[in-house]
Design a protein around this ligand. Structure first.
Ligand SMILES: [Zn+2]
Length: 251
């Protein structure tokens, strides 16, 4: 594929009007391969926007099944899909949304070795998981394979977003949370759909800007949002000299 078909020009016409976009930029998206890990409130919204924008190959990883309590915020799923594997329900829905994409469902919780095997073939990883052990494994694999990582999290009224290229000395997730334990999940601390949707939309926006190499992706900065009071803050991540992940081997 060296140029857009008339149908693609029509499908993507609104985003092609942006001054930063042109046919070669759209082709860049169509040739991109992105791994989305976790298909809950974050991942289902992120996947939908990336599929809509024409990211050509999406790998979707989640070992969970759709439950009734997911439906207020996990917009890819329907009541009829309760009990289905999330990767299967999501693949069917996204394929219907944009049939020209390649979507690879991975019904598994990816281990560090799974990630290390997968990452050399992907351009970007989106961490949409909800537990510390997955986040730290994803962080380590992205550091070792030098694949950019955009991580989102939401719990209670708080959301946060972090884009990382930890091999560039910007610090990593482990630097931010050196003694991290699992924090309460959505079901323990509560969550309102639009809060997690806001984080997911920002995650998708950063992903598209990174793939297109436009604008500011804020690598190495932690963005925090308080949805109850409408306040946000940013801080620059610092590499921990003793970090066992990203500082190892530094002289
Ligand atoms: Zn680190």
């Amino acid at each position: 594929m060296s140029e857009l078909t008339p149908a693609q020009q029509l499908r993507y016409s609104a985003q092609l009007l942006l001054p930063e976009m042109d046919e070669s930029q759209q082709l860049r998206l169509l040739y991109s391969k992105v791994l989305i890990i976790g298909l809950g409130g974050l991942g289902s919204v992120v996947a939908s926007y990336l599929a809509g924008a024409g990211v050509g190959h999406l790998l979707l990883a989640d070992d969970d099944r759709v439950s009734l309590s997911n439906l207020p915020r996990q917009l890819l799923y329907s009541s009829a899909g309760v009990g289905q594997l999330k990767v299967d329900a999501a693949t069917a829905r996204l394929q219907a949304q944009n049939p020209e994409l390649v979507i690879t469902p991975l019904a598994a919780r990816l281990s560090l070795s799974d990630l290390l095997a997968l990452l050399p073939e992907v351009n970007l990883v989106l961490d949409c998981t909800d537990n510390a052990s997955s986040r730290l494994a994803i962080n380590q694999a992205c550091f070792l394979r030098q694949v950019p990582l955009i991580s989102g999290a939401a719990s209670g009224w708080r959301g946060q977003l972090l884009a990382l290229q930890p091999w560039l000395g910007q610090g990593c997730y482990q630097c931010l949370y050196p003694d991290w334990q699992d924090s309460p999940s959505c079901l323990q601390s509560g969550i309102l759909g639009p809060l997690v949707g806001m984080v997911a939309c920002q995650q998708a926006l950063l992903a598209l800007k990174h793939l297109l190499q436009i604008g500011d992706v804020s690598f190495g900065r932690l963005y925090c949002f308080d949805g109850l009071h409408g306040q946000s803050s940013q801080l620059k991540l610092q590499q921990e000299p003793a970090c066992p992940i990203c500082a190892a081997g530094d002289s």
